[in-house]
Design a protein around this ligand. Structure first.
Ligand SMILES: Nc1ncnc2c1ncn2[C@@H]1O[C@H](COP(=O)(O)OP(=O)(O)OP(=O)(O)O)[C@@H](O)[C@H]1O
Ligand SMILES: [Mg+2]
Length: 222
């Protein structure tokens, strides 16, 4: 599913260059759950963003779903993200003026599905994450755990093959973190997507079958 070789990422600031990733390799099999762990500032989010085609490698090869993402045009990346990738964030980024249902429909509407089909699919996935009774609520009217689960539903609509999660439990208490992890594992078993989890959370990381650590710009298996 993911095959990265010799990835380098530098940020160019005013007169200085920061090298974040240097010669990094990463291989992820389809339908597996893997972690990326490591200290703050080591480049976990940067790596996830490069896999997710929202940031660019400086050099190297990044194959995702058998496509070389480093040579895609902006338009191709947009299409690729819309059809293949789902993102789960620590700060869920639900749109406050839209209901939970509308938030989950959003990726499908961007892909130009009809409103009726988008609503059906979003309702189906919201039911899977236990939010069938919260469709017409606004994000401010649901709990933190429910917001996180709505963010999971938004990532999954449309049958995504690769889900990238950056600190998915970062804002949650222990009970809600456990529930979210249970849900992710159950959905991954049922739907068979590949799941890459960036996390600092030792309890979440301990559940991940294939763990990686990022340090000094490189990735190693734990
Ligand atoms: N757009 C940018 N311009 C310059 N430097 C950046 C940029 N984005 C990230 N960096 C730097 O790259 C390094 C890695 O950042 P990144 O966000 O990937 O870390 P992280 O491992 O996700 O950390 P955290 O655990 O705190 O989220 C940091 O030192 C950061 O300051
Ligand atoms: Mg980060």
């Amino acid at each position: 599913m993911i095959r990265i070789e010799n990835l380098t990422k530098q940020f160019h600031g005013e007169g200085e260059t920061v090298t974040v990733l240097s010669g990094l390799a990463m291989h992820v099999q389809e339908k597996t759950i893997v972690s990326v762990e490591g200290a703050s500032g080591e480049g976990k989010s940067t790596l996830l963003n490069i896999i997710g085609t929202v940031d660019q490698a400086t050099t190297g090869s990044v194959m995702v779903s058998n496509r070389e993402v480093t040579s895609m045009s902006e338009r191709e990346k947009e299409q690729f993200r819309a059809h293949e990738l789902g993102f789960i964030f620590q700060h869920h980024y639900l749109l406050p003026d839209f209901t939970i249902l509308e938030n989950a429909m959003m990726p499908l509407l961007i892909q130009r599905n009809s409103i009726a089909n988008a609503a059906l699919e979003a309702e189906r996935v919201l039911a899977m994450v236990g939010l069938a009774h919260r469709l017409q609520h606004f994000p401010s009217q649901v709990s933190g755990g429910e917001m996180a689960r709505a963010g999971v539903a938004r990532a999954l609509v449309g049958g995504k093959k690769l889900i990238l999660a950056d600190e998915p439990t970062g804002n949650l208490d222990k009970a809600n973190s456990d529930r979210l992890a249970d849900l992710l594992w159950q959905l991954q078993g049922d739907l068979g997507f590949t799941l890459v989890i960036v996390t600092h959370d030792p309890e979440l990381a301990a559940r991940v079958p294939i763990r990686h650590k990022i340090a000094s710009g490189r990735l190693t298996r734990l």
